[in-house]
Write a protein that binds this ligand. Structure first.
Ligand code: CP
Length: 320
């Protein structure tokens, strides 16, 4: 590919071409090899990035902090409750100022109806690249790590049967950003994508339309069903994960009506004999998934989580 990613924002993978995504994945695979060989990678010496978090994080925060340190730079972790945001400072002012101090700015803000607008506003005014560390709509860093993991385990993605499946959980009302990102990304890579959920947990209509267009343009398929059993049947990859009801199409569903939407060993046995189980984590063990599955031989969740480090390093190395 021609051109450079220097200075490019990553608010959504929709703004990156497949060539740009492939470059990020090639870079991540190269950085992973160097990490395993303990080779120094001083690509971002003396560069700094500010990491703003409106919510808790384990993987995202540490992949960025440890990632930039391993590249020779430094990250400044910012809990937004301790910033002047809590006194009303606006996204534009925060974006302009923090980007003038360093080389990049990254933010997690999953507040429904606000997060993406907030990060986009910072990107509009920042003088340095802005990275979305998860908002109400997108989780591009997770999407990159998921795609890298699928390629590592399965090779070429064309024709792979991948099922993104709603699962029951009792923890907090989670954003739709992980399944939404996966639906829009995997459909660009020729996969046969199934999205399965009970009524009330729909993704926005525009996402379904765009995923179908992506699939059509890239030789794959995209379907939406309401049966967990059907989604597991013959699947090569299953990604059962909880998300909240945000569509606003009807009354809020009673989540307790859908306790049977759990990833079990019995369901895994109905999938392809080489099926892999994925989850962005953290998982709600015992509700979303049986321990026997997430701790079993078909689970690749730890490789998926580790790839958050390599992909985060790749994005920073290419854009900062
Ligand atoms: N998957 C993911 O984004 O994990 P964290 O919430 O721990 O960052």
């Amino acid at each position: 590919m021609h051109g450079t990613l220097k200075g490019k924002h990553l608010v959504s993978l929709r703004d990156w071409s497949n060539d740009e995504i492939n470059l990020a994945l090639d870079t991540a695979k190269d950085l992973k090899r160097r990490h395993y060989m303990d080779l120094p990678t001083p690509i971002l010496q003396y560069k700094t990035i500010a990491l703003m978090f409106f919510e808790a994080s384990t993987r995202t925060r540490n992949s960025m902090e440890m990632g930039i340190a391993q590249l020779g730079g430094h990250a400044n972790y910012l809990d937004t409750s301790t910033m002047q945001i809590s006194h009303g400072e606006v996204a534009r002012d925060t974006g302009v100022i923090l980007s003038s101090f360093g080389h990049g700015l990254a933010c997690r803000n999953c507040n429904w109806g606000e997060g993406n607008a907030y990060i986009s506003e910072m990107a509009k005014y920042a003088s340095r690249p802005v990275m979305n560390l998860q908002c109400d709509l997108y989780h591009p860093m997770q999407g990159l790590a998921d795609l890298m993991t699928i390629q590592e385990k399965c090779g070429p993605t064309k024709g792979l049967k991948v099922s993104i499946i709603w699962a029951f959980a009792t923890s907090h009302k989670k954003p739709i950003s992980v399944p939404l990102t996966q639906a829009l990304l995997f459909s660009r890579y020729g996969m046969e994508v199934t999205l399965a959920h009970p009524p009330g947990f729909e993704l926005p209509d525009w996402v379904i339309e765009e995923a179908k267009k992506n699939a059509w343009a890239n030789g794959g398929s995209f379907r939406v069903i309401d049966s967990m059993e059907e989604a597991f049947k013959d699947a090569d990859i299953v990604i059962p994960k909880n998300w909240g009801s945000w569509s606003g199409k009807g009354p809020e569903p009673n989540i307790n009506d859908f306790k049977q939407w759990k990833c079990t060993l019995a369901l895994m046995q109905t999938a392809s004999n080489k099926v892999y189980y994925m989850h962005a984590l953290p998982a709600d063990r015992g509700n979303e998934v049986e321990d026997a599955v997430i701790d079993g031989p078909q689970s690749i969740v730890y490789q998926e989580a580790e790839n958050r480090l390599h992909t985060a390093k790749a994005v920073m190395a290419l854009t900062l």
